[in-house]
Design a protein around this ligand. Sequence first.
Ligand SMILES: Cc1cc2nc3c(=O)[nH]c(=O)nc-3n(C[C@H](O)[C@H](O)[C@H](O)COP(=O)(O)O)c2cc1C
Length: 194
Amino acid sequence: MRIDLPRPDTVGGPSFTETLARRRSVREFADEPLTPDQLSQLLWAAQGVSSDSGKRTAPSAGATYPLELYVVTGGGRYRYEPTDHGLEQLADGDLRAELSRAAHEQPSVAEAAATFAIIAVSARTEQKYGDRAVSFVKLDAGHAAQNLLLQAVALGLGGVPIGSFSESQVAEVLDLPPGHEPLYMVTIGRPNDA
Ligand SMILES: Cc1cc2nc3c(=O)[nH]c(=O)nc-3n(C[C@H](O)[C@H](O)[C@H](O)COP(=O)(O)O)c2cc1C
């Protein structure tokens, strides 16, 4: 099922310097879902299209765009479609506890409103760069993750990057097709003390 997202804000928010200064990993979250506006903004920040030529908010080696972005919320599992800024719902139900188990039982993953999983389809970048793609794809993922973390702060939310997980278990929870590898995750919600 396809879900339309509200249009992202491309002009507002607190100053960039203030956003940078406020970023800190947050691991305890209020029991509160993201609003559609927040979800839309976060997805756009990570991989949204921001130019007429199709280029995105995060840089990408040779504009090869090897990343897929999945999100797990209390409502289901989704895949972001940057070209039309939509979400494809892949499953319903709350998979956060299962994803937390795949991330060595990290409570933040079970408790946060959403975890964004950054998935590599390295073949897209290998076609252009051969062996260099191994590092290029990871650098792409770092850019997307940092965009997510800073956008979270700018929305009054908090997040933590999650690198400690079993790749095979995350791939299973997300039901990834062959050639799609989990690289990095970012867990986001309303900080418990906000
Ligand atoms: C590659 C990478 C992987 C990380 N993995 C985890 C993780 O699995 N769980 C976690 O709670 N924090 C994780 N972190 C967050 C770091 O612990 C955190 O960034 C660091 O302690 C510095 O604190 P700060 O983010 O508040 O500045 C990771 C950070 C990076 C860059």
